[in-house]
Ligand binder design. Structure first.
Ligand SMILES: Nc1ncnc2c1ncn2[C@@H]1O[C@H](COP(=O)(O)OP(=O)(O)OP(=O)(O)O)[C@@H](O)[C@H]1O
Ligand SMILES: [Mg+2]
Length: 346
């Protein structure tokens, strides 16, 4: 008998990743779908659809089916999963002719309705069986934390739509908090700041570029201050205008959302059982997700908590890698997983 390819999926707000047990990371594309406004005919998905954001002609819209870490559009999410799976399975999937098992990472605190929607989407996308795993647990596995042991670990996963802070021990989440403040909110804060301080309107993608190029959670040293030329629309006369932004300004722009995440980490530590806090002190806090790449974010959390913090080497892929690995840890994960067999009446 030949085995089908088991697949892990990180259904991210910003990025969709597929990890295959045998082939590693096989897909990493923006979670965007472009379609015609009226007939909802899908025109493009992923990278190609992302390039259309803010640039579509009247009849076409580019949307993110997952917003703030929740399924905003069930049908489109399903379409997206199907299209991406087809893309990676290509000939091989058909050759084997066997349906894969899917492990899908979902944000913690999603509702029952949303869980069912994702499971249905996975099965409709030709999976034999589907499991859901909470993102912070998958992130911890993917970051190489030994989650099965009776030792506490803290993971802070900062994505596009949500920040998940969780303490894990014995294969499960002990305490956690999910904030709808993450990378997207950083971009919006930059847009608001530039409008307020410079009277210039910049788009979503420009704001993200500013964040990645010159942004930081805090400035540790004057020499870290970088500058960027930014193009936008002058709100006074409506004409294009180029301004210069520096890191100090971006730190100021991001202060509010960044401090919300830091406060969230502190709150979770406050309700963590003391034995586990002691473990976390020994092993440090691990950060994952694209948002954790914001410069000096680890340092800021370290200062605020007095606990060592490190960003995982594979911060962006950690959840996807973890979902793939979780397929081999089903007995250990037990109740931490939601299975389509139990959850959906078929
Ligand atoms: N170098 C960087 N510096 C700062 N932010 C970054 C960097 N690289 C990526 N990001 C941000 O990371 C975010 C995406 O992270 P990630 O891919 O982990 O999100 P996601 O898993 O799709 O979202 P979620 O987990 O909320 O559903 C985006 O907001 C992006 O702008
Ligand atoms: Mg994520």
């Amino acid at each position: 008998m030949r085995f089908s390819e088991d697949i892990g999926i990180d259904l991210g707000t910003a990025t969709f990743l597929i990890y295959s047990k045998s082939r590693g990371l096989v897909l990493q594309e923006p979670s965007v779908i472009a379609m015609t406004r009226d007939s909802k005919q899908v025109k493009a998905v992923g990278e190609e659809a992302y390039r259309m954001i803010g640039r579509t002609p009247g009849g076409i819209i580019a949307v993110r089916p997952i917003k703030d870490g929740v399924i905003a559009d069930e049908l489109l999410t399903e379409r997206m999963i199907t299209m991406f799976l087809q893309k990676v399975q290509g000939g091989a999937g058909r050759l084997f002719g066997l349906k894969p098992q899917l492990m899908v990472g979902i944000p913690s605190n999603v509702s029952d309705v949303e869980r069912r929607a994702v499971l249905r989407a996975a099965l409709n996308a030709n999976a034999r069986r589907a499991f859901l795993i909470e993102e912070p647990l998958a992130a911890a596995i993917g970051a190489g934390i030994k989650i099965a042991e009776p030792v506490g670990s803290m993971i802070v996963d900062i994505g596009g739509g949500s920040s998940d802070i969780a303490v894990i021990s014995l294969g499960g989440i002990v305490v956690s908090e999910s904030l709808r403040v993450a990378g997207d909110e950083f971009d919006e804060s930059i847009i608001r700041y530039v409008r307020r301080k410079h009277n210039v309107l910049v788009g979503e993608r420009t704001a993200e570029e500013i964040k990645v190029k010159v942004g930081a959670a805090t400035l540790l040293d004057e020499s870290e201050n970088l500058t960027a030329e930014v193009r936008g629309r002058d709100l006074v006369n409506g004409l294009p205008k180029t301004i210069t932004l520096d890191t100090r300004e971006v730190v100021e722009a991001l202060a509010e959302p960044v401090s919300q995440i830091v406060e969230g980490v502190k709150r979770v530590l406050e309700i963590t059982p003391p034995e586990l806090v002691s473990d976390i002190l020994d092993h440090g806090i691990v950060m994952t997700g694209g948002g954790s790449l914001l410069r000096n974010f680890d340092q800021l959390i370290q200062q605020a908590t007095n606990i060592p913090v490190r960003v995982a080497d594979n911060a962006v892929e950690a959840v996807a890698v973890g979902t793939g690995m979780a397929l081999e840890m089903i007995p250990v994960l037990g109740d931490s997983l939601v299975s389509s067999d139990h959850y959906l009446r078929r």
